[in-house]
Design a protein around this ligand. Structure first.
Ligand SMILES: [Zn+2]
Length: 479
């Protein structure tokens, strides 16, 4: 019998907050497109004697994340210095929060694809500044300090995850939440959301947890899945070969798709933390706390549940429509204007609007269609002003022209013809032109009615009201 293993994973995430300016100075926070070392000042480049000040927007976004993660908020928290020497850290210390961070505890609940509910507990959330970047060019090491002082939240989970799949799903849900509450762009390719994973295994039923290894530098959801799977397999191979797992720090090389050992981690580094003397304690007043709490949006899981209970949507629809806040708000607004069956709006939304979003790869807000337009198109189909396929093409035409659906129908003459005289004329023409089919219909082959309707639709380029055409044809074919 093969031995089964208990997998234990904890994730440490670094979240770049989307504030306008950096954590402790007035330099702009986003310097993605800037030339190296052009977006710095004496404060963020760690010059002696410079005086930092806390960016209120960082505290506000940190507080929002605490509230979304159900964390206990420390209304008074402190910044500390974490002392270490590295080329990308000009001051020789990182300003972070050590033993009194903004948020303690909390959790995130999510559902796996197989329907299993998972709750991941949070150890703490703390605010800190980012370091710069280093890059090797041949023998030369280059340093870019633009990223120094960019505000981050470091959020550490408890070891509550038990598979690579759960870790990837957690990160996906976290990314959704960060964008939903608007605290981070959470673009992993741009390192707005970075992840390190602690992985350990132990034989099932064993009381002692195996030694953990830390995987650094995992920067996509797919990489989280692959790197953790590889590390689990590596540890199982080691144990089954009779070797002990050593506590390693491992780097994920995404280009080569391999794990590389960086160093053995025998002892924890001593960073000699002490309170940052140049910054006041961070005090969140009860008024500020209540104000931020009041402005928090409805959470994605609550909206998903409401779409199911109040709108009668299946779980699948509710998940798709709450994948991001914009889509959920578009859907809800379209429902308000349409004021009919919500499932019908959901179908149009998923099949037509989200199809275009996927095809074009742009956010909904950049498309020329408004919720009222979608509602109007569905109403036009309901009223038989246009048929379903014309309705679908209207979605594309609104996107192309930015015009209102009814206007397009009028301009292009797309409306169904419900003029009885006009339809009758065409029906008569079709009956006269097809004596063979008429004879066999009259001889008892009544299913031919569909063929006759088809001929009329073809003649009228799909714009005849099919119900009316069918009634007229039935009458004519009686003989
Ligand atoms: Zn600066």
């Amino acid at each position: 019998m093969t031995q089964e293993y208990e997998i234990t994973i904890g994730l440490e995430t670094h979240i770049q907050l989307n504030t306008v300016t950096k954590a402790f100075c007035g330099c702009k926070a986003d310097s993605w497109n800037d030339a190296p070392n052009t977006n710095i000042c004496p404060i963020c480049s760690g010059q002696p004697g410079s005086l930092p000040a806390v960016n209120k927007a960082m505290v506000e976004k940190g507080l929002m994340l605490c509230l979304a993660m159900n964390s206990n908020v420390n209304l008074t928290s402190y910044f500390d210095r974490k002392n270490y020497m590295y080329a990308d850290l000009p001051s020789g210390y990182q300003v972070t929060q050590d033993n009194r961070p903004i948020g303690v505890g909390g959790y995130l609940d999510f559902t796996m694809d197989d329907g299993r509910e998972v709750r991941v507990h949070i150890h703490n959330l703390h605010m800190e500044e980012d370091a710069g970047k280093t890059k090797n060019e041949g023998d030369i090491r280059l340093i870019d300090m633009n990223r120094c002082g960019v505000p981050l939240i470091e959020m550490v989970t408890m070891p509550d995850l038990h598979s690579a799949d759960e870790a990837a799903t957690y990160l996906m849900r976290l990314r959704q939440l960060l964008r939903w509450i608007g605290v981070s762009e959470a673009n992993m390719e741009r390192a707005h959301l970075r992840c390190d994973a602690n992985v350990s295994i132990a034989p099932k039923g064993s009381k002692t947890l195996g030694k953990k290894c830390e995987i650094k530098n995992i920067n996509s959801i797919e990489a989280v899945r692959t790197a953790i799977s590889f590390e689990i397999q590596r540890q199982i191979r080691e144990v089954e070969a009779g070797r002990k797992i050593e506590q390693w720090t491992i780097e994920w090389d995404n280009d080569a798709q391999v794990l590389r050992k960086m160093r053995s981690k025998e002892t924890a580094a001593d960073y000699r933390y002490f309170r940052e003397p140049n910054l006041m304690p961070v005090v969140i007043s009860p008024e500020f706390y209540e104000d931020v709490k009041r402005r928090m949006p409805e959470m994605p899981w609550a909206r998903r549940a409401r779409f199911m209970s109040d709108f009668g949507l299946p779980a699948y629809d509710a998940s798709i429509l709450t994948a991001d806040r914009e889509t959920s708000e578009f859907f809800e607004a379209a429902c308000r204007t349409y004021a009919g069956d919500h499932k019908r709006v959901s179908n149009w939304m998923m099949n037509e609007v989200l199809r275009v979003v996927n095809e074009k790869g742009v956010p909904l807000s950049e498309l020329a269609i408004r919720p009222e337009d979608l509602a109007e198109i569905i109403k036009l189909v309901d009223a038989k002003t246009v048929n379903t396929s014309t309705g679908k093409s209207l979605v594309d035409k609104v996107l192309e022209t930015g015009k209102k659906p009814a206007e397009i129908v009028k301009e292009l003459g797309l409306g169904l013809v419900s003029d009885e005289g006009a339809i009758k004329e065409v029906c008569r023409k079709i009956v006269d032109a097809n004596p063979k089919e008429v004879a066999s219909y009259r001889g008892g082959k009544e299913t031919l009615i569909g063929w006759f309707v088809g001929q009329v639709m073809k003649e009228m380029r799909g714009k005849a009201d099919p119900e009316m055409a069918k009634a007229i044809l039935t009458e004519l074919l009686k003989g």
